[in-house]
Design a binder for this molecule. Structure first.
Ligand code: SAH
Length: 468
């Protein structure tokens, strides 16, 4: 009797998760689900590396007419996590799909334009309504946050949106820090993770406004000079989390600061974008859509510490710009300061970039970022080796002055040595510039983002399998 009820409970659990996965639009032949944590009345699951929040978990339970093996608000242990994880489901019947619509509204900022169009049509609406909705979300400075902000909305479509669409917000703006140079840091809470991320808004000369977005909560790469690395990785941001950072910054720029439009986006905030490549590529696609945010793909730059397979995928599927953080000219030094190099050596990395540019991005340049660390990677020999390494790769080199942070073992290279390094590289004909810190008096510059909990110090030498 007890066994039968346990089996029923497990069946209920599987069924509920199956619905949840499909509710998030991740219906496929096989979906791998992993339970993460409960927060309030929400259950967090990740499916195919996308995190799903089920806001009304109890509602989900009712729909399934069964109970879950794990009670709401239960802290996950290894035992009950196993029960919920590593379960593979096959696709479902249409009657399940009916329930799913009740279980979860679709977050609009998670969808690229073709997906939004498909979704609008699946709800029995004309495709032109997707164009209209998209423009209200992203175009012409409207930034609609609910149906009530959309004018001229057909009554039937309004009702459909109210029932099925989630406008967000997915991020809670908790603070804005102002630096002396006009840079602003926006601190957001990501409720599902109970953790914060940071976005930096950088006004520049000639009406340039750059927004630096985060792609992960924390980072797993463990670059030794980076403050964010000390947090470790807490999770991947969804497409909507990434897009919303830009939308909030853009709204602030145009409506409050009078700075006009955002002209550039760099994925150089918290995280390694290519460890969250699907969501990053989708977010970049939304940002560059001509009917919405309309950024030039050349002005949306994704920066990576050097994940070779993902560089290939990116070059072949996205038209946005690529930046690679080189930061050393020998494997010996790079192994030490960027553990990712133990898996993908300098030569493999540079060969991959060279090949991909030639094959898939003719006429384009890659940006190589090089943080100058005193007595580590800043000698004249390093400058000469750097020139040799990038030989034959259409590129631009950005020398970055090291931004100090608490507990850092490194020091910035003195200015005269930075200039000497730059001159050696420039004399070879390579385009090179020095990127000075922005907002570093308020911890907003490269490698200064995040907050570190002292109770969980990071290991200094991660195993390689941690890194990809
Ligand atoms: N993980 C990605 C993007 C985030 S880091 C990457 O590695 O490219 C963005 C840039 O900041 C990288 O070029 C990185 O090398 C640089 N950076 C990290 N810590 C820094 C620091 N303390 N001072 C200056 N630049 C830093």
């Amino acid at each position: 009797m007890q066994e039968e009820s346990e089996r029923a409970t497990q069946r209920g659990s599987s069924r509920c998760m199956q619905m949840v996965a499909m509710a998030a639009g991740i219906l496929g032949n096989a979906v791998r689900l992993t339970a993460h944590t409960f927060r309030g009345s929400s259950l967090l699951l990740s499916a195919n590396s996308r995190v799903i929040k089920v806001p009304k978990f109890s509602q989900c339970l009712t729909i399934c007419s069964s109970s879950l093996a794990i009670e709401e608000n239960t802290e996950l242990t290894n035992t009950n996590r196993d029960e919920l994880s590593s379960t593979f489901f096959t696709s479902s019947t249409s009657s399940d799909l009916h329930h799913i619509a009740v279980a979860k509204k679709r977050n609009l900022k998670d969808m690229t334009f073709p997906e939004l169009q498909e979704w609008v049509e699946s709800l029995g609406q004309k495709p032109s309504r997707a164009v209209m909705l998209w423009k209200w979300l992203y175009g012409n400075g409207k930034w609609a946050q609910s149906t009530s902000e959309i004018q001229g909305l057909n009554r039937e479509f309004r009702a459909v949106l109210e029932k099925h669409a989630d406008f967000g917000p997915v991020l809670v703006l908790q603070g804005i820090h102002h630096a002396r140079d006009g840079t602003r840091k926006l601190v957001f809470l990501v409720e599902e993770f109970g953790a914060q991320i940071e976005t930096v808004l950088i006004p520049g000369p000639r009406n340039r406004v750059t927004v630096c977005v985060s792609s992960q909560i924390g980072c797993a790469m463990n670059c030794q000079f980076c403050y964010t690395a000390k947090m470790g990785l807490k999770g991947n941001l969804s497409t909507a989390h990434i897009v919303e950072q830009l939308v909030v910054a853009a709204r602030m720029c145009s409506q409050e600061l009078g700075l006009g439009l955002v002209t550039n986006v760099v994925f150089m905030g918290m995280g390694e974008p290519f460890q969250n490549i699907d969501n990053v590529i989708r977010a970049a696609e939304i940002m560059t859509n001509g009917q919405g945010l309309h950024l030039s793909p050349r002005k949306v730059t994704i920066s990576t510490s050097g994940l070779v397979p993902q560089i290939r995928t990116f070059c072949q599927t996205s038209n946005c710009a690529l930046a690679v953080s080189l930061n050393a000219t020998t494997d010996e030094v790079r192994d030490q300061i960027m553990p990712v190099n133990r898996k993908y050596k300098l030569m493999d990395l540079l060969d991959c970039v060279r090949e991909e540019l030639v094959t898939h991005r003719p006429g384009e340049k890659v940006f190589f970022e090089y943080v100058l660390l005193k007595n580590v990677n800043d000698s004249t020999d390093d400058a000469k080796r750097l020139v040799d390494l990038v030989c034959g790769i259409p590129c631009k080199i950005n020398l970055i002055t090291f931004n100090l942070h608490a507990g850092s073992l490194f020091e910035p290279t003195p200015l005269e040595d930075v200039l000497l390094f730059r001159d050696i590289v420039a004399s070879s004909g390579i385009v090179v510039s020095i990127r000075h810190s922005r907002g570093d008096d308020q911890k907003m510059a490269c490698g200064q983002l995040g907050s570190v909990t002292p109770r969980h110090p990071r290991r200094r030498n991660p195993e390689i399998h941690d890194l990809t």
